[in-house]
Write a protein that binds this ligand. Structure first.
Ligand code: ATP
Ligand code: MG
Length: 137
């Protein structure tokens, strides 16, 4: 079964949206197989966003996910990567479908509530950054 890595970013945690967002993933039929509240240090943040190194938004984005705790999760299901991206909506909340997570809860591309892996290969890499194998059920 396919797995994806989902992170509730600092804005989601600070605004008290954890439960509401998790409810959407549960309602979709995906299965939660790993979860932790976590502070992200610089090494992990830079590894997470490594593909964006050199871009103008790299440093602010790295600093942002280090700024306060995040919820790191692994969700499992058929086509979990694409299903989660669909639930999340477009990167820029201003362009995200109204019923999506970003469309519902976000307004700013640099505070876009949630991260989700963009491919099964990215999912494997990101799960490995945040979880030890025995932490994923
Ligand atoms: P994520 O990886 O967070 O799930 P994504 O895959 O939809 O989002 P990416 O292109 O991987 O989008 O960008 C990673 C993150 O960097 C975005 O979620 C956003 O917070 C930030 N970002 C991307 N593009 C911009 C931009 N043009 N200006 C500011 N921040 C940006
Ligand atoms: Mg991405």
């Amino acid at each position: 079964m396919e797995r994806t890595f989902i992170m509730l970013k600092p804005d989601a945690v600070q605004r008290g949206l954890i439960g509401q967002i998790i409810a959407r993933f549960e309602a979709k039929g995906l299965k939660l197989v790993g979860m932790k509240l976590k502070r992200v240090d610089r090494a992990l943040a830079e590894a997470h966003y490594a593909e964006h190194r050199g871009k103008g938004f790299f440093e602010p984005t790295v600093n942002y996910i280090m700024s306060s705790p995040v919820v790191a999760m692994v969700w499992e299901g058929k086509n979990a990567v694409a299903a989660a991206r669909e639930l999340m909506g477009a990167t820029n909340p201003a362009a995200a479908a109204p019923g999506s997570v970003r469309g519902s809860y976000g307004i700013d591309i640099s505070r876009n509530v949630v991260h989700g892996s963009d491919s099964p290969a990215s999912a494997e890499r990101e799960i490995g950054l945040y979880f030890r194998p025995e932490e994923v059920l």
